[in-house]
Design a protein around this ligand. Structure first.
Ligand code: IVH
Length: 716
């Protein structure tokens, strides 16, 4: 097997490793099949980067084993050309060699100058458009024929596409006879339109704009019209051009030829932010390369590199051409910005205004130097329009700082195991109905959705633990205008509650009692109920134990907060900002008589650092903040697993963790060498096995209850 497992994002990534003749044969076959599929249907099972690496691996093997070179190797051909058509090219349509770094570019420029025997004064620096090469023949100013590159010597006649390609006018501004060469591609907008039209007609979407252009260029007799865009990058004379034009096209500098082409009414990259420039110095060229690379994410069309050409005709002639590529031009490849990965699922997130936005969860993939795990999906209709399914292989695009996006599923890679994306039936945040009348779905509660979610969270078992206040009841209270945040709960009257549907006297009294009890919860739970970003149950306990009162917490600046274990610079800043935002709510809670102190904790003042432990707001490694020596579990890290019984039976995991920390220990969720004690109830499984393996002390629930008996009665 050849090995393609390492996949750094840059195009200069290592070549696939082809070690022996069998691996070579397999690699050649994979590459040829991918190229053939690409040229036949516009779709390839390999993304650009993978194809590139494979071909480089093949080339490396061939260099060491020239005798074994296969006649069908992709390296021996004009790149990518797998099918030849029936229209011969007057002059071969060549490909380009690649460089991947500034150093390689400088070396290449020097090699051109060695060939010309003199300094090359003018270089054209232009975008490498990511589409398909095409030759457009004009006779007496009329567009008569369109030919694909094919194998470089002959291509397919795709004249049927005349009229669908923006930038290739049927009629030039002058009755000139010439062949204009350039790239046909789909702009992002054309790609969106093409996929909408295609899926609207029951077809599979194109995976990316290039595939879209390849497929559409070949398609005949479609029921719908798909538009593409042409960018000219060269021109040559044809029989009938006339002596003057033929001489001009042969003698003018490339930049001048392109000005002439644009003057004839043909589209070139000149009208774009990455317009070709004629430059002299290597440093200027590198600067322009950097500029084009930086502009790439914002361009409305794809580029995959920068082409550098000796501009003057005499330099081109002196440098000459190989059978595959000219020696006077080179492609400076940019990192691949597209990769194929798997769509693992779709997450639905509710924003502050109640908009329910889907987000694609991806099998992590390296693109352009970073790992991509999520991609935006604009709205549910977007998912339907693209016919996305869970398990699909999808083409993901990311360049620079832009948010990664899915171009489309690679439909021909489907196995049949893909599942439809599940759309939510109720608001994933608050459980209310969804307004689906607009493209962007919205919780019917709009902004109030947040109120429902935050009040439900505050009333939850691990926070204020208000029995009888489930989501349905919260929805009722919010809808009735009685509650906007959870401080309002403490002002509810018996009459108000009795006025609600399905609220009898008993439920009302029970709910009022539960709300009253919530006033007495320890600070750690009240703090947790606030839902401060970056703090969960465990972190809330650490903060409450460290500062002892809400007043101290509020008085703390970012520096003081960083003394709490697990709070770094960033989190400290977030907490300070969040608390400032929550100040009115906290004031109202205080005024409502909600407890704002942590039983058993005393604030040691700024400068006290107690305990060490890992960062995080989960329950792993929460350090204790009880005064040293204060509890029977002092210095111990305790993990709980299995069902608790006896005195501990009613305690939730969170309450068990609270108990452990009150008794001076650290609670953790996983068994490691650092674990001092595992409390193992019935049904304990792998954690028990691990503790046994490590020789960790194991206690049954009753044994543990006895150890912490003094702290049990204060459990909330
Ligand atoms: S010049 C003889 N200029 O890239 C020189 N090619 O990978 C041939 N391409 O076959 C091409 N943008 O299809 C040239 N500004 C540009 C280009 C460009 C894109 C394509 C072209 C070529 C392929 C090589």
């Amino acid at each position: 097997m050849f090995d393609m497992t390492t996949s750094p994002a840059v195009a200069a990534a290592p070549a696939a490793v082809v070690t022996d003749a069998a691996a070579y044969a397999e690699a050649v076959e994979t590459a040829t099949r991918a190229a053939a599929a690409y040229y036949a249907t516009g779709e390839s099972p390999l993304d650009d980067d993978a194809y590139d690496r494979l071909v480089r691996g093949i080339a490396a093997y061939e260099q060491g084993h020239p005798d074994e070179t296969s006649p069908v190797s992709p390296t021996g051909k004009v790149a990518g050309g797998a099918v030849s058509g029936d229209v011969a090219h007057t002059v071969p349509m060549l490909s380009l060699d690649n460089v991947f770094s500034a150093e390689q570019l400088v070396a290449w420029m020097a090699s051109v100058e060695r060939r010309t025997g003199r300094p090359v004064e003018e270089w054209s620096v232009e975008p490498k458009l990511d589409g398909l090469a095409i030759a457009a023949r004009y006779e007496q100013g009329r567009l008569t024929r369109l030919v694909t590159r094919g194998d470089g010597t002959a291509g397919e006649d795709v004249s049927h596409a005349i009229g669908t390609i923006v930038g290739l006018p049927r009629q030039l501004t002058e009755p000139a006879t010439l062949e204009i060469r350039g790239e046909v591609l789909m702009t992002d907008e054309q790609f969106e339109q093409a996929n909408a039209a295609r899926t609207g007609h029951g077809g599979a979407p194109f995976a990316n704009p290039r595939n879209g252009a390849a497929g559409s260029l070949r398609a005949k007799d479609r029921e719908y019209r798909v538009e593409m865009t042409f960018f000219g990058y060269g021109a040559l004379a044809l029989p009938g051009s006339g002596a003057e034009l033929a001489a001009g096209l042969g003698e003018w500098a490339h930049s001048r030829v392109m000005r002439h082409v644009a003057g004839l009414g043909v589209h070139t990259a000149d009208s774009t932010p990455v317009a070709p420039r004629t430059l002299t110095k290597a440093a200027e060229i590198q600067d322009r390369i950097d500029e084009i690379a930086a502009a790439r994410p914002e361009l409305p069309f794809g580029i995959d590199g920068i082409v550098i050409k000796a501009d003057r005709a005499e330099d081109q002639t002196a440098a000459g051409s190989g059978s595959r590529a000219p020696r006077w031009a080179i492609a400076y490849k940019l990192p691949a910005v597209e990769k194929v990965t798997t769509l693992l699922g779709v997450e639905w997130n509710v924003g502050r205004t109640g908009i329910i936005a889907p987000r694609a969860v991806l099998e992590p993939v390296e693109i352009d130097g970073s790992t991509v795990t999520y991609a935006t999906l604009h709205n549910p209709a977007d998912i339907t329009r693209r016919d996305l399914r869970t398990g699909d292989r999808v083409m993901v695009y990311k360049a620079g700082d832009i948010i990664p996006r899915i171009e489309a599923p690679v439909a021909h890679l489907r196995t049949g195991a893909e599942q439809p994306v599940v759309f939510p039936e109720v608001c994933p945040q608050c459980g209310s109905a969804i307004d689906t009348s607009e493209q962007r779905w919205r919780c019917v509660r709009g902004r109030d959705c947040h109120a429902v979610a935050s009040v439900s969270y505050a009333a939850g078992r691990d926070q204020l633990d208000i029995e009888g206040l489930g989501t349905t009841r919260v929805v009722q209270l919010v809808d009735a205008g009685l509650v906007r945040d959870f401080a309002d709960l403490f002002g509810l009257t018996r009459e108000q509650l009795l006025g609600l549907d399905r609220m009898g006297e008993t439920s009302t009294d029970n709910l009022l009692a539960a709300i009253a009890a919530a006033r007495t919860r320890p600070l750690s739970r009240v703090f947790c109920a606030l839902g401060v970003r970056g703090t969960g149950r465990s972190m809330s306990r650490r903060i409450a134990r460290h500062f002892a009162t809400m007043e101290h917490i509020r008085a703390a600046d970012a520096e003081a907060l960083q003394q709490v274990d697990g709070i770094g610079v960033e989190k400290a800043r977030t907490v300070v900002a969040e608390l400032a935002e929550l100040a009115p709510l906290i004031d109202r809670l205080t005024a409502a008589g909600v407890n704002m102190s942590e039983p058993g904790a005393t604030y040691q003042g700024a400068g006290t650092v107690l305990g060490t432990g890992p960062e995080g707001d989960d329950d792993s490694g929460a350090p204790m903040q009880t005064a040293p020596g204060a509890g029977p579990l002092y210095g111990m890290t305790v993990v709980v697993t299995g069902a608790m019984t006896g005195a501990l039976e009613k305690l939730s995991r969170n309450q068990m963790n609270e108990l452990i920390e009150r008794a001076g220990g650290k609670s953790s969720s996983s068994v490691s060498k650092r674990t001092s004690l595992l409390v193992a109830g019935a049904g304990a499984g792998s954690k028990r096995d691990k503790a046994e393996q490590l020789g960790t002390r194991i206690a049954a629930p009753d044994e543990f209850a006895a150890m912490v008996a003094d702290f049990l009665d204060t459990a909330v």
